[in-house]
Ligand binder design. Structure first.
Ligand SMILES: [Zn+2]
Length: 175
C-alpha cells in the first residue's frame, strides 16, 4: 500500500470523508460503528464502519517539513537530556541549540536537542566540543511517519504498526 501519512483527523472528519465517498481504502481493525439517521426509502439506519487509518484521494506533497516544537522534540529524544543522558519530565527540559543561535546555529531539527536545564546552562554559548559535553545521539529531522507518531499523544495499535513501518531506528520508540 502506497501513501504518505498526512495528518490526524477527528472521528467527525472521518465520518464525513466516508459519507462523501472520499475514502479509497481503510487499514486496520474496525472501530465501533457510527450510526446516522434513518433512511427514508429503506427505513434502515445508516451506519458507517470506520477504520483507524483511511486513505483519501489527493496529491502527495513531497517536501513535507515537520514543524518544530518542544513537545515533539522532547518525544524525539525520549525525554532524555542528550548531554547527561537522564530522563526528565517535559517541564524540566529545554531546547538546546547544538551550534548556538548566537553563533549562527539555526533553529531546525538537525541542530536542536532536548537538554536538562543544568546541562543547557553549563553548555552555555559553546559547541559540544568546546564545552566537553559530547552529544549522546545525533539530532535528526523526523520523516513524515515519525513526525505523525511523535505529534500524537495516544495512538491505536494499527496506526502505530502502519507508521512504524517507515520509522528509521534512531531512538528507543522506533523499536
Ligand atoms: Zn543533562
Amino acid at each position: 500500500m502506497a501513501g504518505q501519512p498526512r495528518g490526524w483527523i477527528t472521528i467527525h472528519e472521518a465520518v464525513s470523508a466516508y459519507a462523501k465517498g472520499d475514502v479509497i481504502y481503510g487499514i486496520g481493525d474496525s472501530l465501533p460503528p457510527v450510526f446516522g439517521g434513518i433512511q427514508r426509502i429503506s427505513g434502515r439506519r445508516s451506519r458507517i464502519d470506520l477504520q483507524p487509518i483511511i486513505a483519501t484521494q489527493g496529491r502527495i506533497v513531497r517536501d513535507f517539513t515537520p514543524p518544530l516544537c518542544n513537545r515533539t522534540l522532547f518525544r524525539r529524544d525520549d525525554h532524555r537530556c542528550l548531554y547527561c543522558g537522564q530522563q526528565y519530565p517535559r517541564s524540566e527540559l529545554t531546547r538546546d541549540h547544538v551550534m548556538p543561535t548566537s553563533r549562527g546555529g539555526r533553529d531546525k531539527w538537525e541542530n536542536v536537542v532536548a537538554a536538562c536545564k543544568r546541562c543547557n546552562w553549563q553548555k552555555d554559548n559553546k559547541t559540544p566540543e568546546e564545552a566537553h559535553m559530547p552529544l549522546l545521539a545525533v539530532p535528526f529531522r523526523p520523516n513524515p511517519s515519525e513526525w505523525h507518531f511523535l505529534a500524537k499523544e495516544r495512538i491505536l495499535a494499527d496506526q502505530m504498526e502502519y507508521l512504524s513501518r517507515q520509522f528509521r531506528a534512531k531512538r528507543d520508540w522506533a523499536h
